[in-house]
Ligand binder design. Structure first.
Ligand code: ACO
Length: 322
């Protein structure tokens, strides 16, 4: 049996840091409220002119270096993003040209915050089937570009960033399973009302701004993530105790803690970056993975559960032996 295995990871965060104290000067909020309700202390914000493709390119180069591959090796490039530079070409095509990986398949996947898990799942299928020998999978976002900075319910949550992995075939082990889900019936809980076909409306109440019913979304997220964790373990006939690490989507520390508790995992075995990164949407899981790989917490051979949840709603998991 052929697996796809993560050969290298990389990530990138923009330099500018926005602290909770900075936000106190922008909206009616407090550092204490943000930390207590979300666990977030700060987030990174892309510089003027810095785009999703810029962040994606940096993360990709680091992942390629870690995997020991060059642009000529890459035969598939998938970017999970809901904040593409342009409507088209895709961010994947923009990154492909910069890397000089021209000629291979390149496309974006829009599944909001689940974008990286969706992209990873696509690439996994291509590598396992033998169609790809070296896939570059990126989760990259500049979500702060579509935030309403007068809405304290959303502007304190999001940050910008990107993470990437290189997938290569392996006879021994790698990604054991991925599970993807969506329920468009919940679209009103988190959405951006602007689009090409729906029309660009530029008037009060509209504009390119995220709308969210946070407390409802919170409950749906906790339920969906618990179910998807159980689903991944059951599909592989593995007990909860077999897990070495949970690498969750970083939306809210309380959501992460609830998932860990459901799995019976102590927080020491959960990778948490939400305190420093905020919610970087598709960037969050590969950013967390890369941090823990580089600081030596995640070791080769360990069992990892990655999961994400986002607007759509979408959710999913990847269970893998790193
Ligand atoms: N500072 C101070 N007070 C605030 C703030 C703020 N930044 N934001 C909201 N409040 C107030 C509300 O106005 C409300 O006040 P009221 O009681 O006087 O009406 C009170 O705090 C409670 O509001 P809730 O929304 O019920 O607070 P909750 O505890 O649910 O926390 C939060 C809000 C943090 C948004 C939480 O619901 C959450 O994290 N939800 C999930 C969001 C999420 O994960 N989104 C991303 C999904 S991934 C993707 O696809 C992008």
């Amino acid at each position: 049996m052929l697996y796809s295995r993560i050969a290298g990871t990389g990530s990138y965060l923009p330099d500018r840091v926005l602290s909770n104290a900075d936000l106190e000067r922008i909206v009616d909020t407090t550092d204490a409220w943000i930390q207590e309700r979300t666990g977030i202390r700060q987030r990174h914000v892309a510089a003027d002119g810095q785009t999703t493709a810029d962040l994606a390119e940096m993360a990709a180069l680091r992942a390629m270096e870690a995997a020991g591959v060059t642009a000529a090796d890459i035969d598939m490039l998938v970017v999970g993003t809901t904040t593409p530079d342009l409507i088209f070409p895709s961010t994947a095509c923009l990154v492909q040209a910069r890397l000089g990986a021209n000629g291979c398949a390149a496309f974006d996947v829009n599944a909001a915050c689940s974008g990286f898990i969706y992209a990873l799942s696509m690439a996994d299928k291509f590598v396992r089937s033998g169609q790809s020998k070296c896939a570059l999978v990126i989760g990259a976002e500049t979500l702060t570009r579509m935030i309403d900075w007068t809405d304290r319910g959303t502007c304190v949550l999001f940050g910008d960033g990107a993470g990437a992995v290189v997938l290569k075939p392996s006879e021994e082990t790698g990604i054991l399973s991925t599970h993807l889900h969506a329920d468009g019936g919940y679209k009103e809980l988190l959405f951006n009302p602007v689009g090409v076909s729906a029309g660009f409306i530029d008037e009060p109440g509209h504009g390119v701004k995220v709308k969210m019913i946070g407390n409802e979304l919170f409950k749906v997220a906790v339920r969906a993530l618990a179910r998807t964790a159980e689903e991944a373990l059951a599909a592989n006939e593995l007990p909860q105790e077999a897990l070495d690490w949970l690498v969750p989507h970083q939306a809210n520390l309380r959501i992460i803690t609830a998932t860990a508790r459901h799995l019976g995992l102590p927080m020491e075995r959960v990778i948490v970056t939400v305190d420093r990164h905020g919610n970087t949407s598709s960037g969050s899981v590969p950013l967390a993975l890369d941090e823990a790989v580089r600081d030596g917490r995640i070791q080769r051979g360990q069992l990892l559960l990655m999961e994400a949840f986002g607007g759509g709603i979408t959710w999913g998991s990847a269970l893998l032996r790193y």
